[in-house]
Design a protein around this ligand. Structure first.
Ligand SMILES: Nc1ncnc2c1ncn2[C@@H]1O[C@H](COP(=O)(O)OP(=O)(O)OP(=O)(O)O)[C@@H](O)[C@H]1O
Length: 564
């Protein structure tokens, strides 16, 4: 249903003739009317009212330097990026696909397929089944987002893709939908024995994210017998049976688990046609690289299509990703490495580590909309901060980090999804990909490890068109890295105090040191004293109990002796 139709249902009447230009904006026809429409909107373009500009790729946010002069080059954009944008603009005159006004997308590559006007167009253009379209509608997805408009037709045209789109803009659907549409029907329905075996693999850096992608796949799989596996120790055992694994359509996994099965030869990936790396820059960093390469090598089918997705893709990693792909197309939604203007970001000076706790307690003492995500740098600090908040009677405090057991982590995610957690203390494990509805605020209690980490952390809010706030505490020790984060704020339209902008730009070397600031395991030195006291008290009580028990035994013995 288009927006005008929706408004009409509420009783409003529009003179469509009189407001023709506005009607065209909603129907998407404004973009279609000019075949050589430039990607950047001109001043003359009519703008959507901000409250209806759902994903706010456009200037829905405040008018900023980012809007006015940063499209071609920015502090975070590499020269390569600027060149790519320029190249695309030159190409636009020749082969521009119609670009809906509210989605600013830059594409690079040969023969970029036309963007998708609507989900309904999938039927005619790509013969997508009615069932799949119905499932899509049941999810409540009415209009494709920017990354979906471009990413879906590219993948359905059988092309490799590198997609960079801000957090919370629907990248998951941009690759899951083409997988289901291209696989056509479940393997269990196929008589073709030669084609047996897993046909799609989606990799994610954390168990939690893999689980979330799995749930998204289940929604699209409704009504058909797709076999989708969220890889774990247990499923790996079940899949040791070749007959079972031959019927699998899609595997979603973290790299390590999959590699373990490849090594033990209990899994073949030679029939895989779709390999997706979600959070690609994380999967291609040193921790995962070797495993991902092993998986990639095992996906030996000649028709393999590879797609990488992330909100951030540093130039070096992008180059690596591009080398994995054949004749790829690259799309960038908005500005590379820039959060959406929907997230109001601020930097808060807290002088020292010990004053952070007080600052957070003061924040939580004011009215706030739960749930709130609070990021710290290490697992012990997550536990310590959660403990402190509980001690200070903050209600519904929760904690999630990679040091917890699988069950504990799953329970924490469930509580978060059920709205039982008001303040979730976490580490980088939750920074990427996690989509919790209604997170209106993120607090970086500890300064992020990198610009990418910052972008992903704050991207847990301001998702799917919602607004959000992101507060980052910084101490004197973090000051050398402040400028890098301040640039991100500026680019996405959040105000930055003048004095921060006057700080010198950190050197490459210095930037690498970001996040390496040493912080104690306890978030508050007072906590250490209190904990020390508590331990002393506990020891005293235990000692006193032991003494009493010994005295009791002595008395019993005395009594025994007396009675015998
Ligand atoms: N076409 C659409 N219309 C409305 N909502 C959508 C659409 N596509 C996705 N969404 C919703 O947007 C939210 C964010 O989607 P998703 O998690 O895929 O974002 P993402 O871009 O992968 O974010 P991240 O970079 O953090 O991983 C989800 O709640 C999803 O249901």
């Amino acid at each position: 249903m288009d927006a005008f139709h929706a408004l009409s249902l509420g009783g409003a009447k529009f003179n469509k003739k009189r407001f023709q230009s506005q009607v065209q904006l909603f129907s998407g026809k404004a973009g279609e009317s000019s075949s050589s429409r430039p990607l950047k909107r001109t001043k003359d373009d009519a703008e959507l009212p901000p409250e209806l500009d759902f994903f706010k790729y456009d200037k829905g946010g405040k008018q900023t330097r980012a809007d006015s002069d940063k499209e071609e080059s920015s502090d975070n954009e590499s020269d390569d990026e600027a060149r790519a944008t320029k190249k695309r603009k030159l190409n636009d005159d020749k082969d521009a696909a119609p670009t809906p006004a509210s989605h600013r997308v830059t594409t690079k590559g040969q023969d970029v397929p036309q963007s998708l006007v609507s989900f309904a167009a999938l039927k005619d253009r790509f013969d997508v089944s009615s069932r799949l379209l119905q499932n899509l509608a049941d999810c409540g997805y009415k209009t494709p987002t920017g990354v979906q408009e471009y990413g879906i037709p590219i993948l359905l045209a059988g092309r490799d893709l590198a997609a960079i789109s801000p957090t919370g803009t629907g990248k998951t659907l941009a690759y899951t939908l083409p997988i289901f549409a291209s696989l056509k029907s479940p393997a269990s329905r196929s008589q073709d024995i030669a084609a047996a075996g897993v046909r799609a693999v989606i990799l994610a850096p954390t168990r939690e994210l893999a689980g979330q992608i799995y749930n998204e796949c289940l929604k699209l799989a409704q009504g058909r017998k797709w076999r989708i596996v969220l890889f774990s120790k247990a499923t790996a055992t079940t899949l040791a049976d070749k007959d079972v694994r031959d019927k699998i359509d899609i595997i979603i996994s973290t790299p390590l688990r999959l590699v373990a099965c490849l090594k033990s030869e209990t899994l073949e990936l030679d029939n895989v046609r779709h390999l997706v790396l979600d959070e690609a820059d994380r999967l291609l960093d040193t921790e995962f690289l070797e495993q991902v390469q092993e998986i990639f090598a095992a996906c030996s089918h000649k028709e393999l299509r590879t797609a990488v997705f992330s909100a951030t893709l540093p130039a070096g990693v992008e180059e690596m990703a591009m080398q994995m792909m054949r004749n790829p197309i690259r799309i960038v939604v908005g500005l590379k490495d820039t959060p959406l203007p929907l997230i109001a970001q601020s930097l808060v000076y807290v002088s020292s580590e010990s004053s952070k706790l007080l600052t957070l307690l003061q924040h939580l003492g004011q009215p706030y909309v739960p749930p709130l995500l609070v990021f710290v740098s290490t697992q012990p600090r997550a536990g310590s901060l959660a403990e402190e908040l509980v001690l200070h009677d903050v209600p519904n405090v929760d904690c999630l980090h990679a040091g917890m057991s699988k069950k504990e982590r799953e329970d924490a995610v469930t509580r978060m999804r059920n709205g039982e957690s008001w303040v979730m203390i976490t580490t980088e494990v939750m920074a990427r990909g996690m989509d919790f509805k209604g997170v209106r605020g993120v607090i970086n209690y500890d300064f992020p490890q990198s610009v990418q980490s910052y972008i992903h952390r704050i991207g847990r809010t301001g998702r799917a068109g919602q607004t959000g706030t992101a507060i980052t505490y910084f101490t004197d020790a973090d000051a050398p890295y402040l400028k890098s984060i301040a640039n991100v704020l500026l680019q996405s339209g959040s105000p930055v105090p003048e004095w921060i902008m006057k700080l010198p730009k950190p050197s490459k070397m210095k930037r690498r040191m970001m996040g390496k600031v040493k912080r104690g395991d306890d978030v508050s030195p007072a906590a250490r004293i209190t904990k020390g006291d508590t331990k002393k008290r506990r020891d005293m009580i235990a000692g006193s109990k032991r003494r009493k028990a010994r005295e009791g035994e002595a008395v019993d013995a005395d009594v025994g002796e007396a009675s015998s």
